[in-house]
Design a protein around this ligand. Structure first.
Ligand code: GUN
Ligand code: FE
Length: 386
């Protein structure tokens, strides 16, 4: 735990080993609020397709392979190592429909002390036969998944209906009952594309918006609510998300790769919506959340340029806050170096060169725009150096 940040070490700490990192900058570790671990092997592929075609051509066939636990173990191990390398110590993760494979992620992250919400995906319609569950089978496997995670300190379960186009109301209602029984929250893709939002309404004509489907199914209010993308929300979507203290997760690279829409970050922030960032591997192609902080600034300018009404560019500080303190709050006392926070921190190499001496803030900005794992000199997870 962080006890304080001092210019001069108080006497009570005399005799402790001190390590001098010179001109480096210490920052909180990053939180990725939307990432698909099973899609790690296809990052950077199929990026010229749009969501529906990308899912059918790339994602669904790959996700089917996680019926094989050995394959899952190998991929998930590499995925977790890449998270750590990139300074992402907390994450909301989609697995696949497969319980045992998804549990590997949970167990490894719990062992490592990485805070996470991990979900076994649910999907029972409009999906290829090899990934399509029955309602009963999906609920049974989900309950077994929740039972297997009970008692975890760091890696916790979260209900994960994929999105409205692939989930029947019967399935969502059953998940809502499990959420209430086990006090477990929900993550899903919400108003992520015009196609998805249209499908959500077509399939659920009794609901005024995508978010209401989950509210009517009893899925909201049992735990955290994590809404990936949230690019095309109606007023009703925003009101319901706010009512439950939900997080809207911007995934800037995924947005331009497969979705074609830009979140109204400034407008949502002004409305008091919790905003955070996600890599959305492999809709996004880069694992580092710091890259998404940079991209969030870029996209806010494009949004404002094309739709000046109600939009404005966000500052780099805003975007960094989304990647650290605001997203980190979902996991408890993380995402900050204030006293009382978990000591999950990164030491970033001074990015000054012979042309320009950088301030600490500038080093962090340059790292987010053009840095990588090699610029992280040290990583501390739960107070221990990795
Ligand atoms: N919507 C439904 N499934 C997915 C997925 O795997 N990735 C993204 N980005 N959007 C989705
Ligand atoms: Fe996604």
């Amino acid at each position: 735990m962080v006890e304080g940040v001092y210019d001069v070490l108080p006497g009570t700490y005399a005799g402790l080993r001190v390590e001098d990192f010179g001109n480096s900058v210490m920052i909180p570790a990053f939180s990725d609020l939307h990432v698909h671990a099973p899609q790690y092997p296809q990052r950077g592929l199929g990026m010229d397709l749009l969501l529906e075609d990308w899912l059918n051509a790339y994602t669904f066939p790959l996700e089917a392979r996680y019926a094989d636990f050995e394959f899952a173990r190998e991929v998930y191990e590499a995925f977790i190592q890449d998270l750590l390398a990139n300074g992402t110590f907390h994450a909301c993760i989609f697995g696949t429909i497969h319980r045992e494979s998804t549990l590997y992620l949970v167990r490894r992250m719990e062992e490592l002390g990485m805070r996470a919400f991990v979900g076994k995906v649910n999907m029972d319609m409009q999906s290829p036969p090899y990934l399509c569950e029955t309602v009963d089978g999906s609920l049974r496997e989900t309950e077994a998944f929740l039972e297997a995670c009970s008692g975890n300190r760091f890696a916790k379960p979260i209900l994960t209906p994929r999105f409205a186009p692939t989930c029947s109301r019967e399935l969502l209602g059953g998940l809502g009952r499990l959420g209430a029984k086990y006090s477990v929250g929900v993550q899903t893709h919400l108003v992520e594309s015009l196609w998805e939002a249209g499908e959500a309404k077509r399939l659920n004509p009794d609901c005024s918006c995508d978010t209401e489907i989950y509210e009517k199914s009893g899925l909201l209010g049992n735990g955290p609510l994590v809404a990936a993308h949230f690019i095309f929300p109606s007023e009703d979507d925003i009101c319901i998300l706010k009512k439950y203290g939900g997080y809207a997760v911007q995934c800037p690279d995924a947005t331009v790769n497969i979705i074609a829409g830009i979140m109204q970050t400034a407008a949502l922030s002004d409305r008091g919506v919790h905003l955070s960032l996600g890599s959305d591997i492999a809709g996004g192609h880069l694992p580092g959340v710091y890259t998404q902080a940079a991209r969030s600034v870029q996209l806010s300018k494009l949004k404002w340029f094309y739709e000046p009404d109600g939009n404005r560019p966000i500052s780099f500080a805003n975007a960094f806050y989304m990647a650290t303190k605001e997203g980190g709050a979902l996991f408890g006392n993380t995402g900050s170096l204030e006293a009382g926070s978990a000591f999950d921190a990164l030491v970033i190499r001074d990015a000054s060169d012979s042309f320009r001496q950088l301030s600490p803030e500038e080093t962090v900005e340059r790292f987010c725009y053009s840095g990588g794992p090699g610029d992280i000199r040290a990583r501390f997870l739960g107070g221990k150096r990795l």
